[in-house]
Design a protein around this ligand. Sequence first.
Ligand SMILES: NC(=O)C1=CN([C@@H]2O[C@H](COP(=O)(O)OP(=O)(O)OC[C@H]3O[C@@H](n4cnc5c(N)ncnc54)[C@H](OP(=O)(O)O)[C@@H]3O)[C@@H](O)[C@H]2O)[C@@H](O)CC1
Ligand SMILES: [K+]
Length: 257
Amino acid sequence: MEICPFVRLLDWRTLKAADCLTAGQSREVDRFAIEELGISSLVLMENAARSVCDWFSQHVQTSSGEETSFVVRVVCGRGNNGGDGFAIARLLWTMGYAVEIFATHPEAELSPDARVNAALARKLGIPWRELREFGEAAASAQAEDWIVDALLGTGQSRPLSGELAELVQVMNASASRRLAVDLPTGFSADAGPGLENPLTDEPHDLAGLCVRADVTITFVTPKIGMLHSVAREYLGETFVASIGLPEKLLREAVSLQ
Ligand SMILES: NC(=O)C1=CN([C@@H]2O[C@H](COP(=O)(O)OP(=O)(O)OC[C@H]3O[C@@H](n4cnc5c(N)ncnc54)[C@H](OP(=O)(O)O)[C@@H]3O)[C@@H](O)[C@H]2O)[C@@H](O)CC1
Ligand SMILES: [K+]
């Protein structure tokens, strides 16, 4: 069911492996689109961010024109999932939402596309807070506030630890609603949290730590890890967003069934 242009609700009842991508296949789609089709990775990132904002504007009404009554706290990691976050923060801010950016890394340590969007957010003067303030902000947040989880997406390759693990615990303990960009941080595209990885025979335990999202907006197709029965506890209501390329073509690219 098309929710808004390019975003459709995931129907758990009919979801099957043939509709899903692994993290590696997701990256192959990215590569194919950029190298074979010549679309820029920044355009893909902008399309991804735009689809999240389209969903947001359809489902989260701002009071018409006045200052919004709630805050959207966007927590950005250092890769392209974080890059989506910086772009989402910019788009929501231009749409009139009260936005605050929290970044885990300085611009110099970000992936190239994340750095472009982080620099743009800085230049536009989008409210940007110290990461060390996030704990207090999340703990005192209102129920109608939002946390946008743009820490890790399909690049997650090992269990969470240290600062990221703490951030995930703080996010989950907050009264805020939580929106996961592409995947909840801690949820592997290839295996649900704490579950065997269906794609390899060795245990792939991503530890019990995972963002419990109210809403997940994943790009291009659902991911294999979403097939697990416990997945929905972490993903919440899940939407699949196009990034502007015909899905049929992407299937050929990763020679999906
Ligand atoms: N076509 C598409 O689908 C599109 C995809 N797009 C977006 O790109 C996202 C994928 O981006 P990405 O490849 O940069 O990886 P991402 O998830 O940002 O991780 C960043 C880095 O974190 C690291 N890391 C790994 N595990 C870790 C851990 N446990 N704890 C700490 N660090 C850990 C690891 O680096 P390492 O430390 O291994 O060097 C990794 O490289 C995707 O989810 C979507 O949002 C859209 O922009 C456009 C269209
Ligand atoms: K995420």
